[in-house]
Write a protein that binds this ligand. Sequence first.
Ligand code: HEC
Ligand code: HEC
Length: 302
Amino acid sequence: MAHQNPWPDEGNTGHIWDEDLRELDNPPPLWWMLSFYAGFIMIIFYTLYYPTIPLTNATGEFTKGMTGWTQVNEYHDDFKVLKDWRDSKFADKEEKLAAMSVTEILQDEELKSYAVATSKMLFGDYCAACHGAGGAGNPSFPVLADDDWLWGGSVAQIEASIKNGRIGNMPAKGMMGNLSDTEIDNVADYVIALSQGEGNDVAYSAGKAAYTKGMCLACHGPAGKPLAPVGAANLTDQIWRFSGNREEIRGVIANGVNVKKNGEYVAGTHQAVMPSFKERLPNADVNVKRLAVYVHALGGGQ
Ligand code: HEC
Ligand code: HEC
């Protein structure tokens, strides 16, 4: 640094490096000063307008600003705009769903895909806990994504299942409760043979006789295939409502399904209750139909 200032009149600050490198004392450009002041004005504006200053008390209070703006309010406002737009865009489709029957909806390709597309969340929220994601089933809860139906696979029958719920009833030890332990064993073997297409083998004639004695055919049909959708399982296929091992099959025959005494389930009976959804679902008038069309489309709707 030089000790003498060789440029006394040029308005430098007297700081000089490397012989001639000087710090001058010029005012900043006007545009720069204006933005600088504008910045201050903005600080005052922001401080008053938005929630800004944390107040040093224990409750976490802060200044709320002139308009009460918060990010959450802004989110809710934007969300409402989106919802109103959606509601108006799909209002005609929702009205049609409300007015038409499920059978009619099924015949309208566009409406059908709309019902299916808008059902996924609903199914996840209200049905998947029991029936599995996409209706793939869970132990003791039927698969909905196949063409094996207890209560019928027409879209109207599916609608009735969802709306009113279903309770399959099977008495223990045959219709009259009069099968002996041996007969139960025999009929269990017969049922397993039926599922493998071997029910007519002589080896199973005792089981077949027990099937007749127990009047199993009243629900399961004369050959193990229900003649009407009364909630009884088809015994001629490999699809088991419960686990399908011999122990469990024998247990179903011995203890029945949903058998109650004095309002209580009897020990060992299989519980299988599909709850009614006409009061559980929001906007049930439309949503039961929507889900019926969805479930029908999942797999083997008839
Ligand atoms: C608490 C468990 C549970 C929930 C939740 C549930 N279900 Fe079910 N559902 C069942 C059971 C158990 C059955 C079988 C009833 C029987 O054995 O007769 C069933 C049967 C059905 C059937 C008849 C299947 C057939 O083979 O005929 C349909 C359709 C169905 N459910 C649809 C739904 C839909 C759609 C939802 C959601 C709105 C739903 N379920 C929610 C337990 C449930
Ligand atoms: C009143 C009607 C009814 C009668 C009679 C009846 N069942 Fe059932 N059966 C049902 C119903 C309902 C179910 C359970 C379906 C469900 O909830 O998934 C069932 C289920 C079964 C199952 C379990 C099937 C599976 O997929 O896991 C077997 C096995 C069975 N019945 C055998 C018999 C035999 C054998 C008899 C005669 C001794 C008989 N049933 C009599 C209605 C009946």
